[in-house]
Design a protein around this ligand. Sequence first.
Ligand SMILES: Cc1cc2nc3c(=O)[nH]c(=O)nc-3n(C[C@H](O)[C@H](O)[C@H](O)COP(=O)(O)OP(=O)(O)OC[C@H]3O[C@@H](n4cnc5c(N)ncnc54)[C@H](O)[C@@H]3O)c2cc1C
Length: 435
Amino acid sequence: MNIGDDLRGAVRGRVYTAGDGSFEVARRPWNLAVDQPVRAVVEAADADDVAALVRYARLNGLTIATQPSGHGASGNTGEVILLRTTRLDDLEIRPDERIARAGAGVTWGRVLRAAGPHGLTGLAGSSPVVTVTGYTLGGGLSWFGRMHGWASGSVRAFDVVDAAGARARVTSESDPDLFWALRGGGGDFAIVTAVEFDLHPAPRLYGGRMVWPVEEARAVLDAYREITERAPAELTAWYELLHFPGAAPLVAVDSAFLGEGGDAETLLRPLDKIAGRISDSRADLPVADLGTITAEPTDPGPGRSRAELLTGLTDDVAAALLERPIDPLLSVQLRHLGGALARPSGTPAGHLDEPFALYMFGVPGEDGGTAVGARQQEIANALVPYTTGRKPFTLLAPGERAANAFTPGTLARLRELKRARDPHGVFRSNFPVLG
Ligand SMILES: Cc1cc2nc3c(=O)[nH]c(=O)nc-3n(C[C@H](O)[C@H](O)[C@H](O)COP(=O)(O)OP(=O)(O)OC[C@H]3O[C@@H](n4cnc5c(N)ncnc54)[C@H](O)[C@@H]3O)c2cc1C
């Protein structure tokens, strides 16, 4: 029997192996720049099917990489069974308790559409198509992180399948060590089949993008510094240098504000004096439309990113960022951190002393991404005195390591837990803690 026949006997969900017509499509991640060699792909029918798959893998000395969407694909999938959780798509919103329960295939967009009409939001980031589970297992850096901290800090419970193939509900009381590891340590410790988390009040949300020609980049950055210096936790603003193919380069400020539009406009007023504004999409937003602020692509495509954490936004940092065009990068983004993200979280994501995250993105060309990587490296080199080397787990890129995301103490505890809970290495995270 080959692995395909074996797997079809072990699970009820769909199985794809080399030779099947749709295998090449099934194994592809959302980030098409990443190649994923895998032995097989399994689309589990439900949580019991996930448990059956784990028991099969354990019995046969095989490894499973769970990948609902592939937004965080790292290519670390050689010889694995790739588990798709798409069909674990139950979503329950309990507005009175301000709690949501999402299956492992549920995306943030679905949660926001369901929670918004109740005046509630989850701690989503910029993309509506990443899964709640994958994002939260890595900590999850939200538009609302300054107000409410890491997304993982809002988790109440995880439904999991452990490395022996047993199902369990994990809370801070039932299994404090595993609960801690799952709140930001990545996908190395168990397969999560559902996550239960707090929703937060969002009766009013205001936000959007303001755009100018790149010639105003310095003036916009100066105003951005002034705004972020005194921004309350309700306001999060991102500065963006943008260069889309075939278009003139631009500078933008994206913002989201948990409150009345008039208050946000007052806080963002330093930007009003900058001439030549091309567009301004700021408006009262339904929570469901959070993803329209940055309007990132929702269909699969190739990308190469690199993140850094910045110790400040000094004149020297500004000069390094604006020294020359970002080309061939598409975007260079500064995300304002601080607020609740700077406070102890009791999760592996810890706290961030750094007040800004830098996120550089480009689409690999015919050179396979060499030019994009070189430009990212050049900017990172110029910023060395102002970066700490640490990166949020969800923003790690292929080639980087879990060690880049955690303090040494946290990494040691995660490693100890990995050895204790998955001694045979049944689970493989995109960024393994032992890697
Ligand atoms: C366009 C775009 C915008 C983004 N914006 C943000 C942002 O604003 N903030 C932020 O923090 N991040 C952001 N990210 C990063 C994103 O959150 C991470 O890539 C995250 O890992 C995506 O989760 P996923 O499940 O969709 O992706 P996948 O690549 O499918 O999963 C990522 C990893 O999570 C683990 N995993 C997923 N599901 C399970 C499970 N059920 N059980 C066990 N392990 C599991 C696995 O280790 C897997 O490799 C963005 C990424 C993109 C491409």
